[in-house]
Design a protein around this ligand. Structure first.
Ligand code: ZN
Length: 284
């Protein structure tokens, strides 16, 4: 296994999006890799469940302190939620770009420069970014679906990658070795690899708990992780897993087979079953 230290850059549309690979990022922080998490928007205009619920009420029943809440105040609390969630995984380099929503690259072309500057500064070897691919329920992409913050953040990130690697900014050009998309945006038969994050389950729940502005409760957090991480785990013979899709095939010096894949190829079913059940399996 290579002992090279990596610099990992996670670029997200909203504060919650980084969580889809948070266990994996925690593993890399523990290995001594540097991790930077960026949120392009504060998410203040989406996932404000408290405000949404208030607006569903008749006007005379609405709580004006919620309805008239200052957007800067929401942005600030969402930034704090992101920082707290990142800290759970040992991530301290957190950047909030705070572009308004709906985030559209054509409205904020300077976002490309903002991301490019971070790439130039961090010089990441691994980029985890929003998926530029989107699909509707029948599996077809449509231009209409690209009009969302996630796809537009992907677009800005691709442009920023190109800019940072071009040297056009006057800075030394930097090309990122590997680009990955979190598996949550894909079907499971499209995953390239799955990281065993069984030891990070409790921390993933804790991270969900931080997003109070999105209406998360402890019960919600636990259920979401049980189903989300558990589904990937079940599919891959792990207790819990985080999946990834590569932006393109990698060049390798010989056929790669991971240590875990080798180890588990010929293990007794009993051992696999025990791993999938987990030590706390019967508590749930
Ligand atoms: Zn999002």
């Amino acid at each position: 296994m290579s002992q090279q230290k990596h610099r990992i850059l996670s670029i997200n549309a909203h504060p919650h999006d980084f969580t889809h690979s948070a266990g994996t990022l925690g593993i890399h922080v523990e290995k001594g890799d540097h991790v930077t998490v960026v949120s392009v928007t504060s998410g203040a205009f989406t996932h404000n469940e408290e405000l949404r619920d208030e607006l569903l009420k008749n006007k005379d029943k609405q709580d004006t302190s919620i309805v008239n809440v200052n957007i800067d105040k929401i942005s600030k609390s969402k930034t704090q939620e992101l920082e707290k969630a990142c800290n759970i995984f040992g991530i301290t380099d957190v950047r909030m770009l705070g572009y308004p929503q709906p985030f559209r690259v054509q409205d904020f072309p300077q976002s490309i420069d903002s991301i490019s500057e971070i790439i130039t500064e961090i010089k990441p070897t691994i980029l985890i970014m929003q998926s530029p691919f989107d699909r509707d329920i029948r599996g077809y992409t449509s231009i209409g679906l690209l009009a969302n913050d996630h796809a537009q953040t992907a677009l800005a990130t691709i442009e920023a990658q190109t800019l940072a690697s071009s040297g056009r900014t006057g800075n030394p050009p930097h090309s990122i070795a590997t680009t990955l998309y979190p598996g949550v945006y894909f079907q499971r038969n499209e995953y390239d690899f799955i990281v065993d994050v069984s030891n990070w389950f409790e921390k993933r729940i804790q991270a969900e708990d931080q997003y109070i502005s999105q209406g998360h409760t402890p019960e919600w957090s636990k259920r979401r992780m049980l189903v989300g991480l558990g589904e990937v785990g079940w599919y891959s013979g792990n207790l819990y897993g985080e999946a990834f899709v590569r932006s393109k095939a990698e060049t390798v010096s010989s056929i790669p087979v991971s240590d875990l894949t080798m180890e588990r190829a010929n293990e007794p079913f009993e051992k696999q079953r025990d791993r999938i059940v987990g030590s706390k399996g019967r508590d749930f």
